[in-house]
Ligand binder design. Structure first.
Ligand SMILES: Cc1cc2nc3c(=O)[nH]c(=O)nc-3n(C[C@H](O)[C@H](O)[C@H](O)COP(=O)(O)O)c2cc1C
Length: 264
């Protein structure tokens, strides 16, 4: 087996509570910032793609199934065709009156780093689900619940891997953009032929990265006190549905598109 880059025998005594190591990690975590338009003149060295996907490769996954594939898109016309699909999606949302503050997806075509994340939903079978004698998934109320949970396991697994890639790109000095909105049949049909993706695999998201076109800003994050609970869920953390709706009405657009200082 080939040696894993960076792997070294851990001596817990050396590392526990090592604040400098934590701070180095947080330097990357805190500076992972989304941008939606890049400096398109920048060339990402091939090695950087490999370093980024090496980080993705090391991620944890349910049953260690590693249900991910990454397609590095280097051809500008392909980036443009994918961007076009998203610009159309932007318009569809407006037409459907979703009132979602959809960003300008033409920025996709400006990304020097463009990686399509593909998953293999057949791996839900690697998780606890009932299958019949032909290995087909059983349709029943009980098993549907397990299948739903298996899908969650799969999605969390791919997200863990994708997040490692985003952090690696940040560590290399890039801004990133995590693009979803591609679960729909139409999106799959538009993208798979462009990239030679077999029918039984699914495009899950797109990772863009590169130097930003304009200065980026740090977005609002909840305070630690708002998300942390010790032993018991704190009732004051529980929002009513009305409060959730109010947040969507009054805050969502601000936290998506303004810097942290300018969100009341
Ligand atoms: C699972 C997930 C899906 C996302 N989908 C989209 C998307 O489809 N389009 C988009 O512009 N941003 C998308 N984002 C980026 C978020 O809008 C962004 O992370 C958030 O506003 C916080 O900003 P920050 O990344 O700078 O902290 C997504 C992020 C995640 C983690």
């Amino acid at each position: 087996m080939s040696e894993t880059p960076g792997l070294r025998p851990l001596d817990p005594a050396d590392l526990q509570g090592n604040r400098a190591r934590y701070d180095a990690l947080m330097d990357v975590v805190v500076n992972r910032i989304t941008t939606r338009e890049f400096d398109s003149s920048f060339d990402v060295p091939r090695e950087h793609f490999e370093l980024i996907l090496e980080a993705a490769r090391q991620a944890p996954s349910g049953a260690n199934s590693q249900p991910w594939h990454y397609i590095i898109v280097t051809e500008q016309p392909v980036k443009e065709q994918i961007a076009e699909y998203f610009v159309g999606e932007q318009q569809r949302r407006i037409d459907l009156n979703m009132k979602f503050p959809t960003p300008n997806y033409s920025g996709l075509a400006t990304a020097p780093g463009f990686i399509v994340v593909v998953t293999d939903f057949r791996f839900v079978r690697a998780f606890p689900v009932l299958r019949d004698e032909h290995s087909a998934l059983v349709r029943s109320e009980v098993n549907d619940m397990y299948v739903q949970n298996a899908e969650r396991i799969l999605l969390q697994s791919v997200a863990a891997s994708t997040m490692s890639a985003h952090l690696a790109a940040t560590a290399l000095g890039y801004n990133v953009w995590w693009v979803t909105a591609i679960g729909q049949e139409g999106a799959q049909k538009a993208m798979k032929p462009l990239l030679g993706i077999p029918d039984d695999l699914s495009v899950l998201d797109i990772m863009c990265f590169g130097p930003p076109k304009t200065k980026t800003y740090k977005r609002w994050k909840k305070s630690l006190g708002e998300i942390i609970n010790w032993d018991q869920f704190q009732p004051e953390h529980h929002l009513s549905l009305d409060q959730v709706e109010e947040w969507i009405q009054t805050q969502r657009h601000k936290v998506m598109y303004r810097d942290a200082k300018n969100v009341d």
